[in-house]
Design a protein around this ligand. Structure first.
Ligand code: AKG
Length: 361
């Protein structure tokens, strides 16, 4: 099993490195059905896939320019919420952030549909930005378990940790229900020093109990104090791999995969867009979109317009007169709610779950 995991890890590594190093002209811009199948299969197996050269860099540069004043307001209005010098911001969903060629891109939607259904919905558009001074994040998931009751202690055995471990270990995590599609607005490469996201392959379907040794290993910091670490801890720690990305590349991941942001040591912000896609029946109110009515109405042309409309069909549509174009720096979600729905899913390593479904440390 270890060999299979190691082989898979080195394949991931080689693919990620190649994607970062190959000249853009070598990489295909369009993908066959078989290639989309393969990307989806990688997400099923590893919890993530990197799709190279999907989005036009010019569009992303325009997004970056438009995001600068958004970030400035965000930083002035409220403290960083994803660790020191690391901000989550939701720019108004209007051009250039609103771009059906991006959120309904055939390659992205093709893989999304294979994983969370042809009737999937878009439920989130935000930007994660670490700046100089940011730190290593705790390893976390972006969503709580779909079925938290699976992780409760058996009745009458709340104090019995062994029984709780056995119960949670037996409860499998289901296939994907939510995906995060990330793309940077700047190159994120070894040379740029601006903080790649790190992901741990094949951790997306671990139960809380199964994840416990991983989280303990990830917290152990063997790289700076290797003498204190067992071989097993070191092995698990090496599962965390940086995902280097060039402008245009797309990282598509199951939100349950263990991951973390790393520090941005450069002088420039490192903006990473996150688009959330989920199964049609799954509501994510803490990250919901506000869709301007006239933009929605304008999604008419051909099949791409129909796909974009379908993706947004359940999100709130706001009459133009009421739509706020100016970002005021105040995030509409409650940071505590987002925290409970995301990082809280793996806050601490206990398998004990409280009545409100958050995990107790
Ligand atoms: O920006 C990153 O690299 C990851 C951020 C992240 O995982 C988070 O804030 O939840």
């Amino acid at each position: 099993m270890f060999c299979r995991a190691a082989a898979r890890r080195s394949c991931c590594c080689i693919a990620l490195l190649l994607a970062a190093l190959l000249p853009r002209t070598v990489l295909a811009q369009q993908f066959s059905e078989a290639e989309l199948d393969a990307f989806a299969e990688e997400v099923r197996r590893d919890g993530f896939t990197l799709i190279p050269s999907v989005l036009p860099p010019a569009k992303l540069r325009a997004m970056r320019a438009a995001f600068r004043p958004v970030l400035a307001k965000r930083m002035l209005s409220s403290p960083s919420d994803r660790g020191p010098a690391r901000y989550y911001a939701t720019p108004p969903f209007v051009p250039p952030f609103w771009d059906p060629d991006v959120f309904a891109h055939p390659a992205i939607v093709g893989v999304v549909a294979r994983l969370v259904g042809a009737d999937a919905v878009l439920c989130q558009f935000a930007v994660d930005t670490p700046l100089n001074g940011s730190a290593l994040q705790d390893v976390h998931r972006d969503a709580a378990p779909l079925f938290p009751e699976q992780h409760r202690h058996p009745a009458g055995a709340a104090a019995d940790a062994a029984a709780a471990d056995a119960a949670t270990a037996a409860a499998d995590e289901p296939p994907a229900a939510q995906l995060a599609v990330n793309f940077p607005l700047v190159d994120v490469l070894p040379a740029t020093g601006n903080g790649p996201t790190e992901v741990a392959a094949a951790t997306h379907r671990l139960t809380l109990a199964q994840a416990k040794p991983y989280l303990e290993a990830f917290a152990a910091d063997c790289f700076t104090t290797p003498a204190d670490c067992s071989a097993e801890t070191m092995r698990l720690q090496q599962l965390l791999q940086p995902v280097y990305m060039r402008l245009g590349d797309v990282l598509l991941r199951d939100v349950r995969g263990l991951h973390r942001g790393t520090p941005n040591h450069s002088a420039e912000p490192r903006e990473m867009v996150v688009m959330g896609y989920s199964r049609a029946w799954l509501r994510r109110p803490e990250v919901a979109l506000r869709v301007k009515q006239s933009l929605y109405d304008g999604l008419r042309g051909g099949s791409s317009g129909a796909v974009a409309r379908a993706l947004l069909r359940f999100e709130e549509r706001v009459p133009d007169a009421a739509f706020e174009h100016e970002y005021d720096g105040r995030e509409s979600y409650d940071a505590a709610v987002l925290g409970a729905a995301s990082g809280g899913s793996y806050r601490g390593v206990s398998v004990s779950v409280s009545a409100d479904s958050t995990v107790e440390a």
